[in-house]
Design a protein around this ligand. Structure first.
Ligand code: SF4
Length: 204
């Protein structure tokens, strides 16, 4: 089995100032630009490496994430973490964030709020500069690539975007809903692993 550092090529990184990341994170935490700030416990910014090779992008914090202030810590987070272990990624290899930084009531993805929140996602990804983005679920996929086909058609296959390679997966919460989607999740995670290994084998 390939080790974590064998999976993804180290990207060329622009010089980055950690103070810019801290300023951006603080800005998100005190943001009141959309109505979701009224119902959140706290904004949920990011978890993971500040030099990630791969960033997972979900849609929005759930109830547990809202409480903890950390993305993907609930049941779907455990499913994601199990997949990350299967991919062989080390903590220094990856990060996890969401399109929306504040929990939407009823877990309903709020498209208007997502448009308002969008610059934060773009600034985070620009600063983190991962080589690969993995979207989790339809709202994240279509936020990153509006013209992508429907989720189940796109999942499990890499795509090329202006930002770089994007690999869509269904949302890990969906994998908890039915055996059929659990099998799909597992198959697509295996496909992601094969693709990451092939990416590593390409000449730089
Ligand atoms: S969801 Fe985004 S835009 Fe809305 S309050 Fe939270 S951080 Fe600000």
């Amino acid at each position: 089995m390939a080790t974590a550092t064998e999976l993804v090529v180290e990207p060329l990184r622009p010089r980055r100032d950690l103070r810019d990341w801290d300023r951006l994170s603080a800005e998100i935490r005190r943001c009141r630009k959309c109505p979701l700030h009224r119902t959140r416990t706290q904004a949920v910014v990011y978890r993971g490496s500040l030099t990630p090779r791969l960033v997972f992008v979900g849609e929005a914090p759930g109830v547990e994430e809202d409480r903890a202030g950390v993305p993907f810590v609930g049941r779907s987070g455990r499913t994601l973490d199990a997949a990350i272990a299967r991919l062989g990624l080390a903590p220094s290899d990856y990060g996890v964030l969401n399109v929306l930084k504040c929990h939407p009531p009823g877990n309903r993805f709020d498209r208007r709020a997502a448009r308002t929140c969008r610059p934060y996602l773009d600034r985070q990804l620009a600063w983190l500069a991962p080589q690969v983005i993995v979207s989790l679920g339809s709202p994240a996929l279509h936020a990153l690539e509006p013209n992508a086909p429907p989720m189940l058609e796109a999942a499990g296959r890499p795509r090329t975007t202006a930002r770089g390679p994007l690999f869509p997966l269904i949302h890990p919460a969906a994998a908890l809903r039915s055996r059929r989607l659990a099998r799909r999740w597992s198959a697509d995670v295996r496909a992601l692993r094969r693709w990451l290994i092939a990416l590593r084998a390409q000449p730089v």
